[in-house]
Write a new protein. Structure first.
Length: 225
């Protein structure tokens, strides 16, 4: 057992690193770079850049201590049979899911835009979960992977705070996993949604989980014996 302690909201935490995983949600070119799904939805994708460097620092630290790292990607099969029609039909037909864009077909598996940004690219040993929905547990084998590895705690990073991060945290909480959301490793196209997305998680005694910045986690991992 490798125990670390760090301050968090709403209360300080003590965590066994051997039973923890870092899950990095949807840090895909389609959300972070111009020409992808995020921009097709009408968003300023540059707003998500702030999360990249903190994610990279936590990713490096997790790899260093041997913590399980899992990456997720939101996207669909090329024939879109796994994409709900209502999801596909939203927005301008020229820029909706499956439409051709500068990074390939939008939010389609195998296309350049669907892949994870180079700064956070998974190692071959790190599982990548391809998910059709916002939550990482819905129609995926994530829960099976975590149970098989004896994981009970998730450090959660990625985008966007109020959409895929929040949905995944809520799914995880109902399945009995403790979630610790890394505030500066998450981002939203809407700064106020980022703030409220974190506030909703840690309110009411941590109704869905805890929130902490990457700094305290990195310090405690660096001091791990
Ligand atoms: N990954 C994720 O959050 N998917 C979204 O569609 N997010 C938006 O904020 N639109």
């Amino acid at each position: 057992m490798h125990s670390i302690k760090f301050p968090a909201e709403p209360a300080p935490l003590s965590v066994d690193v051997d039973k923890s995983a870092l899950i990095i949600i949807d840090m895909q070119r389609d959300f972070l770079e111009p020409g992808g799904f995020g921009e097709a939805l009408g968003n300023d994708v540059s707003r998500l850049q702030a999360a990249v460097a903190p994610c990279r620092a936590v990713l490096d630290a997790a790899r260093h201590v041997g913590m399980l790292v899992i990456h997720t990607r939101e996207g669909h099969r090329p024939d879109l049979t796994d994409a709900p029609p209502h999801k596909v039909e939203r927005g301008d037909p020229a820029t909706r899911i499956g439409a051709p864009g500068p990074m390939g077909r939008i939010l389609v598996r195998g296309e350049p835009g669907h892949d994870i940004i180079p700064e956070l690219y998974p190692l071959p040993s790190e599982p990548v979960i391809d998910k059709p929905g916002k939550g990482a547990f819905y129609q995926t084998d994530l829960e099976l992977m975590l149970k098989n590895r004896g994981i009970d705690t998730l450090f959660v990073a990625g985008v966007t705070t109020e959409v895929c991060v929040n949905t995944t945290v809520r799914e995880a909480n109902d399945r009995g996993f403790r979630c610790i959301v890394l505030s500066d490793c998450c981002a939203s196209y809407f700064p106020e949604f980022h703030q409220m997305g974190l506030a909703m998680i840690k309110a009411q005694g941590g109704i869905f989980g805890s929130v902490v910045g990457s700094g305290p986690l990195l310090s405690s991992l660096a001091g791990m014996s």
